[in-house]
Design a protein around this ligand. Structure first.
Ligand SMILES: [Zn+2]
Length: 290
């Protein structure tokens, strides 16, 4: 049985864990993303969590390290510049972990990582065409088409958070107006609705669901997809109200014969999705899956 060391880099927290090749989480530790923070402070947190995860797992041999990080990034060079973590710009995360752990390290965007986890172990297991998404501090995702995870020119395919959903919408962290992430992410809810997402009203939950459904509808028709699995603290925390609103909007706006049956459902791996996803980056690359 192989075990993978996994690192999940998010705008709110970093997570480290050891995950088995069957998708079982053997150990998991997390710490809040320091803000504001220098590149060195962020690296120290990542390093500490990874060592702690190995120690707590009792596992003696790690097959490889998998990382899911907020984007954008340069996959070829292994550099990360997470939009929600200003302290890291072109930070050499892959080579830093390679040196620290003397292991093979596989890096990908957190949305794509979650997608791999859901495809291998979660709600989309056995499915050849689907999108998985995170609606959390930010909004990201990954696309599996014809059984392959799409990468794009620099590896950034799947940034569904920057699909435009509102003509005169909010200013997004990317500089554009009306991106899905600027309308429905945890950051947007705090900034533009003035409330902690955990205390969101029914109306805000519905509004966010509608925006996500709207963004997804365009993708369903564009790519001939009928399954969208959605995780992240905001979506899962909002629950049924959010998913019902998203489904209503999706069904209303994707009307082609092949997209009108598209479904939007919660992820199968729940809160462990991101860390299993990060491990899945290493597992899938080593075994040539997706
Ligand atoms: Zn944007």
């Amino acid at each position: 049985m192989e075990h993978f060391l996994a690192l999940d880099i998010g705008g709110t927290k970093f997570g480290g864990g050891v995950v088995s090749e069957k998708g079982d989480v053997i150990s998991y530790v997390a710490g809040p993303t320091p803000k504001p923070s220098t590149a060195a402070e962020l690296w120290e947190l990542a390093r500490r969590l990874l060592h702690q995860a190995v120690d707590e797992s009792g596992v003696h041999s790690i097959a490889a390290v998998g990382i899911g990080s907020g984007g954008p990034m340069d996959l070829e060079k292994g550099l990360v510049s997470p939009l929600n973590i200003p302290g890291w710009r072109d930070f050499p995360l892959r080579s830093s972990i390679e040196e620290e752990f003397n292991a093979e390290v596989y890096l990908d965007n957190d949305g794509k990582a979650l997608t791999l986890g859901e495809g291998l172990f979660g709600r989309a297991k056995g499915t050849q065409n689907f999108v998985a998404m995170v609606v959390s501090t930010g909004i990201g995702g990954g696309i599996v088409l014809d059984g392959r995870l799409l990468n794009g020119r620099l590896g950034n395919a799947g940034h569904i958070g920057h699909v435009n959903v509102e003509e005169k919408g909010n200013l997004c962290g990317c500089g554009a107006i009306g991106c899905l992430e600027a309308q429905a992410s945890g950051t947007a809810i705090t900034k533009y609705f003035g409330m902690d997402p955990r205390q969101a009203t029914e109306a805000v939950k519905v509004r966010c669901g509608e925006y996500v459904g709207r963004g997804v509808a365009s993708v369903a028709s564009l790519l001939d997809l009928d399954l969208f699995v959605v995780g992240g603290s905001v979506a899962l925390g909002f629950g049924k109200v959010f998913f019902d609103a998203a489904q209503r909007e999706l069904s209303a706006r994707a009307r082609l014969s092949f997209s009108s049956e598209a479904k939007i459902v919660p992820v199968g791996l729940g809160e462990h999705g991101p860390i299993i996803g990060a491990a899945s980056v290493a597992l899938s690359r080593r075994r040539g899956l997706f």
